[in-house]
Design a protein around this ligand. Sequence first.
Ligand code: NAD
Ligand code: IPM
Ligand code: MN
Length: 357
Amino acid sequence: MSSKHIVIIPGDGIGTEITAEALRVSQAAAEKCRVAFTYENKQAGGAAIDACGVPLPEDTIEACRQADGVLLGAVGGPKWDQVAPELRAEKAILGLRKSLGLYANLRPVKVFSALAGQSPLKPEIVKTVDILIVRELNGGIYYGTRREAAVVNGIEQACDNEMYSRPEIERIVRLACQAAAGRKGRVVSVDKANVLATSRLWRKVANEVAADFSQVEISHMYVDNCAMQLVLNPGSFDVIVTGNLFGDILSDEAAVLSGSIGLLPSASLGDGTGLYEPIHGSAPDIAGKGLANPLGTILSAAMMFRYSLGSNQVADMIEDAVEQVLADGYRTADIYQPGFTRVTTEEMGQQVIARLK
Ligand code: NAD
Ligand code: IPM
Ligand code: MN
């Protein structure tokens, strides 16, 4: 296989620590499987604002376009919260997703058996959880017209607009149905069709698309009910498909099922290079202290090998090692409980590498 090339964007906060471990694990696993890849680091987010005044430099976008895959840590933090809205660190992620045409964000939520007792929910509620959240990533209120706060007729007001078009809904629901066909065949489409026009279009189009998949059963749920069902009966879900904002919120909620947001990976797929990142943010509260859980980023790297670098073998090897490291009792601070072995971010990376086989 020809050598693949990846771009690594550490970003801000814990981004540097977690991507360093994901890179080390990736290199060790690839070497074991005799898979070659090269990498380069690029800047985005607050780090790029500090270095060159913009959150997403042109050369970062270009390098990502040329690469086979992009691994990103996280961006943002209090240091850059006061900059102009168009220069916010988070704009880097939104810009990358748009520039690369990444409309589908896959966020798998599973519970490692070693961590079934870790969730604040009862083990019998979480132990059967295996959910794939398919979040629309290139549209909705994230990319609608926006009017920053201004005083109109003496009253300060701001505005964000939500728009979804038929093609945008069709492609994401189709992808969710395809994914479900290879799983348990159940799609729950989540919307707010009792209030929002975009949701009513979403529901209609979702039904039409799902009709093409005889092996897939689609049902609909309002987002407020879904938020409740995710903690009440999470084992009932297979694939959830939803819009940009609802998907963002529901996936952080679903992370609680697994035991920590630090465990959840994601893949953003679409027209261009795939982007892989943990679902969490830059966690400024724990940055630089060796407290961050790198497993979500390591599992994102595994997804990158599977979906963008053409190596299921490396992906499986990394995922098996993560499962084993947890079974062997290693825990970063976020999932630590007495009786287990507490490790730093870096030690967790080393323990994963020790279990690659
Ligand atoms: P966050 O996800 O960074 O942190 C929420 C909580 O989870 C914090 O208590 C944090 O310590 C903890 N946490 C997150 N990742 C962890 C890990 N790997 N290991 C252990 N604990 C972890 O969310 P936030 O505090 O709302 O946001 C912080 C910054 O990150 C903001 O600037 C936000 O805009 C940005 N953000 C970026 C991304 C991204 O780059 N994809 C995603 C979400 C938030
Ligand atoms: C995520 C983050 C981003 C989002 C922010 C940082 C723009 O919360 O990746 O989940 O809302 O999509
Ligand atoms: Mn989020």
